[in-house]
Structures are given as C-alpha cells and as structure tokens.
Design a protein around this ligand. Structure first.
Ligand SMILES: [Ca+2]
Ligand SMILES: [Ca+2]
Length: 96
C-alpha cells in the first residue's frame, strides 16, 4: 500500500449478527437471500469470517455485495473454500 492509496472498504468480519437467526451482515453489505431464497439465511458471520451457504429453497447462487463510492480501486480478497465448493467473483458496474 503506497502513500497515495486510501482504503475505501475493509472488513475483517470480526463481529456477529445482533440476532443469530437473522441474515444481518452489516457494514454496508447486502445479500439477495430475501428475494432469492425465500428469506432463508444463507450468509452468516461466524468466527471472524463471512460464511456463505446456498439454501435448498434458493433459485440461484448467493449474491453478497457492497456498494462503496469509487472509480479506481485495487481489490484484495481472501477466501477459504470447502472441499468441492465453487466460487465466482464478479465485478459489475450496476450503473450501466
Ligand atoms: Ca453468526
Ligand atoms: Ca476475519
């Protein structure tokens, strides 16, 4: 990280939901579980990580997103994948 760079978004997920059965990631994160999984909890904060699990009721993969204000960014992500799991990371300009 050089002196001309500013952190726009950092999240270590070192927190838990205010209600354990609610999908409340917080810190500006949003998910599509309400519309795509009948409100079943698919995203859980636990042990300093964001856990994503596809609900049986879901009609598509789980989306988790954050909308910071930026125009030029460097992205660094860390994942821990279960054996045989799939991961896709998409960057989309939703304004177009
Ligand atoms: Ca939790
Ligand atoms: Ca963490």
């Amino acid at each position: 990280m050089g002196p001309d760079k500013t952190i726009l978004l950092f999240d270590d997920f070192e927190r838990d939901e205010p209600a354990p059965d609610k999908e409340m990631v917080g810190n500006g994160w949003e998910t599509d579980s309400k519309g795509r999984a009948g409100g079943k909890k698919q995203v859980d904060l636990d042990n300093g990580a964001l856990h994503v699990t596809l609900a049986a009721a879901a009609d598509r993969v789980v989306s988790v997103w954050h909308d910071p204000a930026y125009s030029n960014v460097l992205v660094e992500l860390r994942f821990q994948l279960a054996e045989g799991s799939d991961l896709a990371v998409h960057f989309a300009d939703m304004r177009r």
